[in-house]
Design a protein around this ligand. Structure first.
Ligand code: SDX
Length: 393
């Protein structure tokens, strides 16, 4: 092999970029959006206000908030021809596959907001994405179950609108339950941003080439789909349902510890958190609230989740490896109780994270020094050699 050569990549820190948007302390289990702790935002704020905060750096005053909410509300419809676009997919396509395709195609429908050198077009693209992602996610769901698309309604708040577009049918209006909409809104807030995770880094990298915002967000959605990342919420619930009852937990703990077994506890562990993911704590409280609100008692899956967490947190293997529940461990229980199939869990993560991707993309565009650009490598392949014709090999 070639002598491994070393080169100075030009930086010493391991940081890939500087950002003012989100702070995570993995050891303490802290998460702040623009300095505000996630626990306070989840309890006191609401998603569109958090969107404003992530995008512009400060909490809006009443007038700014009203203007922003009106702007988003009036961009929730998608181009009517998109309905035909959806009809090109197989009905049984995973909603994430549909979302990657449709969001990527937005630059074909909204080409008047693709020139990233124009600040106004950047702003229009940002609003269109935040406003239309719930509509596209709901359309992906409706299409997959063979029900007609439901148009957004301007008299509904962001979360209620999404629930209505998913669950209303011509034969029967969906009954908006404010507490359920509040729980949905909280889930959006908990997923809104998370520093330089894989999908956000994907969006930044795509954006560093000057690609249009719709293409960059589609790249982020594609990356998020992976089971090690945003796809874990679907995998976590399916794992809890496979475990089925608390007496089956020891078998799965054993498998998680077995180096030769590829099985991992989905919804556990994190690249950064070596303590509780603060979002998981809020999600766990919300799970109790939602199941209670829906009159669901003795939910076996929630029982398994809580017992699995209890056992794991007392087990040396998990303590040594600092493995704690992450944002994906409880979210599926809430979404399933609300009526969503597991295939819709990651699309909901994607629509929630769109504002974080956009905020990080805008920050990168505004500061060329902050571009991830083109990562270098350490070459450890074959030394230089001459071609050998096939009859001499
Ligand atoms: C998200 O980056 C983000 O911020 C992402 C995210 C966001 O908001 O954007 O927070 C969202 O993606 C949350 C993570 C969701 N993924 C899962 O729940 C999938 C299961 N988790 C693992 O695949 C894993 O924990 C990762 C991928 C999340 C992290 O992988 P690492 O970096 O290998 O995990 P680690 O450093 O914490 O691992 C330490 C050790 C390793 O063993 P050793 O190599 O030291 O022997 O713990 C093991 C891992 O093999 N380990 C697990 C485990 N997770 C890690 N063992 C069993 N079950 C697990 N879940």
């Amino acid at each position: 092999a070639a002598d491994v050569f070393t080169y100075d990549p030009g930086f010493t820190s391991t940081a890939s970029c500087e950002s003012e948007i989100t702070f995570i302390d993995g050891d303490k289990g802290e998460l702040w959006y623009r300095g505000y702790p996630i626990e306070q935002l989840a309890a006191e704020s609401h998603y569109l206000e958090v969107c404003y905060l992530l995008l512009y750096g400060e909490l809006p005053n009443a007038d700014e908030l009203e203007k922003f909410e009106n702007l988003v509300t009036r961009h929730t419809m998608v181009h009517e021809q998109m309905n035909n676009f959806f009809r090109g997919f197989r009905r049984d396509a995973h909603p994430m596959a549909t979302m990657v395709g449709v969001v990527g195609a937005m630059s074909a429908f909204y080409h008047d907001s693709t020139d990233i050198s124009d600040p106004h077009q950047r702003e229009v693209a940002a609003i269109r994405l935040i406003a239309k992602l719930p509509t596209i996610a709901a359309m992906a769901y409706k299409y997959s179950i063979g029900q007609p698309f439901v148009y957004p309604q301007n008299d509904l708040d962001y979360a209620s609108n999404f629930l209505n577009m998913c669950f209303s049918v011509p034969a029967e209006k969906y009954e908006i339950k404010p507490e359920l909409s509040r729980a949905m809104d909280r889930i959006f807030t908990l997923h809104a941003d998370h520093e330089q995770n894989a999908s956000t880094s994907t969006v930044r990298l795509a954006g560093s080439s000057g690609a249009n915002p719709f293409a960059c967000i589609a790249a982020g959605i594609a990356c998020l789909w992976g089971p090690a990342h945003g796809g874990a919420n679907q995998a976590a619930l399916e794992m809890l349902q496979e475990i089925g009852s608390v007496d089956q937990i020891p078998e799965y703990i054993k498998r998680a510890k077995d180096k030769d077994d590829p099985f991992r506890l989905m919804g556990f562990g994190h690249r950064v958190y070596k303590n509780f993911d603060p979002r998981a704590k809020v999600m766990k409280e919300s799970a109790d609230e939602v199941l209670d609100l829906l009159g669901i008692e003795n939910n076996e899956t929630l029982k398994v989740a809580k017992e699995l967490e209890r056992i794991a947190l007392e087990d040396d293997f998990f303590i040594e490896k600092k493995l704690y529940p992450n944002v994906d461990f409880y979210s599926g229980i809430i979404l399933s109780a609300m009526g969503f199939p597991t295939a819709m869990f990651t699309p909901i993560f994607a629509l929630s994270r769109t504002v974080g991707w956009i905020a990080q993309w805008k920050e990168m565009i505004a500061d060329p020094q902050n571009k991830i650009g083109r990562p270098r490598q350490l070459y450890v392949g074959s030394d230089k050699r001459d071609y050998v014709p096939v009859d001499s090999r």
